[in-house]
Design a binder for this molecule. Structure first.
Ligand SMILES: Cc1cc2nc3c(=O)[nH]c(=O)nc-3n(C[C@H](O)[C@H](O)[C@H](O)COP(=O)(O)OP(=O)(O)OC[C@H]3O[C@@H](n4cnc5c(N)ncnc54)[C@H](O)[C@@H]3O)c2cc1C
Length: 382
């Protein structure tokens, strides 16, 4: 199979430009009121449920969901504009991020009417947060090797297994799990299914994993014969692999895959006085790359909006974008002459947050080596 990548330029209309202005004004007001301090990698590490609810009240979550589920019937490109502004500002969006980015579209596409009514309005209000239960101790890049098993029991399913690196499971209201319902681990893609499991659950144990900077973003999640109702099955039994692949296009292609360290670039660029030609050249280079990546990410958003599933272009955005995020950190370290200072305001604090996060950029959401395989296969060169 070969895939082509359509890179039609996006020209924003008046409504989109007005929306951007509105979001910028809101963010300026919030910052001025002390509601948040810009953070590097905020979509992963800055969770603030109150801020999420404020965005929900503005109509900036669940934007593309239909009004019958309390969504806002906006286009994916309008959502893109809002998300981009939030990321560049380093706003605390981690609490709702996974729910709004990928679980809302997945439940809308695959869920039963009951699941849609149960979860989507809460996502749109910024009150219902989700975690992703894909990776396991022996199933990361090789996701089809998942061992978590769901066995059909009277009136529901009993699930046993361990999920790893589960971002936000400690505050999520539900987790979407990939588990084997049929066949043996060797059957690979066949026999996998997805489940929505409400949290907390007495037989689901969420254990913190602390990162090198002492922060707690992700977890190990152990399911010990956890019984869930029959209605927890998401989509078709045995179609879990197909559903997950479609979900990953949402997970890999958004502006967060090249803007995690944009607040750092922004802080550096706005502090330049014009007398440093080396810094000016580097800022110019990075800004040009950001613009190119943005076009690619927008092309994927447009393809998703048209109902396509652009896995290859999504993988490209993540590969190129996540390396770019790391290059921003490296360039600031090399050229700006600023020492990282944890907890400090401005460039020194943003740099201190970004440095320990950098190795994760090319791992999370699928490692870059794996993504290049996806691209090579999609383009027919492998
Ligand atoms: C910050 C962060 C947040 C995360 N959040 C979540 C989450 O919320 N939910 C979730 O389910 N997962 C999450 N993950 C897990 C993430 O998806 C996995 O770390 C990733 O898929 C890699 O799997 P692994 O860690 O098991 O590494 P491995 O698969 O063991 O890979 C180790 C190394 O070997 C390389 N490698 C493996 N196979 C191949 C191959 N065939 N060809 C070439 N190279 C190969 C990889 O590229 C990598 O460099 C998160 C990870 C991070 C870092």
């Amino acid at each position: 199979m070969t895939a082509t990548i359509d890179l039609a330029a996006h020209r924003p209309g008046d409504a989109e430009l007005r929306l951007r202005d509105e979001v910028r004004q809101f963010l300026d007001d919030q910052r001025a009121a002390g509601a948040f301090r810009p953070r590097s990698d905020a979509w992963m590490s800055a969770a603030d449920p109150t801020f999420s609810r404020r965005l929900g009240a503005r109509g900036w979550l669940g934007m593309t969901l239909p009004a019958r589920y309390d969504g806002h019937d906006r286009s994916p490109l309008e959502r893109f504009a809002v998300v981009e502004e939030l990321l560049v500002a380093g706003a605390p969006v981690a609490a709702h991020w996974i729910a709004d980015r990928q679980m809302a579209p997945s439940i809308l596409r695959n869920g039963t009417e009951e699941q849609r009514r149960r979860y989507l309005p809460g996502i749109a209000r910024g009150e219902c947060f989700f975690a992703i239960g894909m990776s396991e101790p022996d199933a990361g890049s090789d996701l089809a090797a998942v061992r978590t098993r769901a066995r059909e029991v009277d009136g529901g399913w009993e699930i046993t297994g361990t999920k790893l690196w589960t971002t936000g499971a400690h505050f999520a209201h539900a987790i979407v799990l990939l588990a084997r319902t049929d066949g043996a681990p060797g059957d690979r893609h066949a026999g996998l299914s997805q489940f929505v499991v409400d949290l907390p659950h007495p037989a689901v144990h969420v254990r913190p994993i602390t990162t090198i900077d002492g922060e707690h973003h992700f977890n190990e999640v152990v399911l010990d014969h956890a019984v869930v109702p029959a209605g927890a099955l998401l989509g078709e039994r045995g179609a879990g692999w197909r559903q997950v692949v479609a979900e990953l296009a949402h997970e890999r292609s958004g502006p967060e895959r090249f803007l995690s360290t944009a607040p750092l670039l922004q802080a550096w660029a706005s502090g330049l006085r014009g007398s440093d030609p080396v810094a000016a050249r580097e800022v110019g280079r990075l800004t040009a790359r950001a613009w190119t990546l943005r076009q690619l990410s927008l092309a994927v958003a447009a393809a998703l909006a048209a109902g396509r599933s652009p896995e290859v272009a999504a993988a490209l955005v993540k590969d190129l974008g996540s390396r770019f995020e790391g290059d921003i950190v490296e360039t600031v370290r090399r050229v700006a002459g600023v020492e990282p200072r944890p907890g400090a305001d401005g460039l020194a604090g943003l740099l201190a947050e970004a440095v320990p996060h950098t190795p994760a950029f090319t791992l999370r959401g699928g490692t870059n080596e794996i993504l290049r395989s996806v691209v090579a296969r999609g383009l027919g060169v492998r």
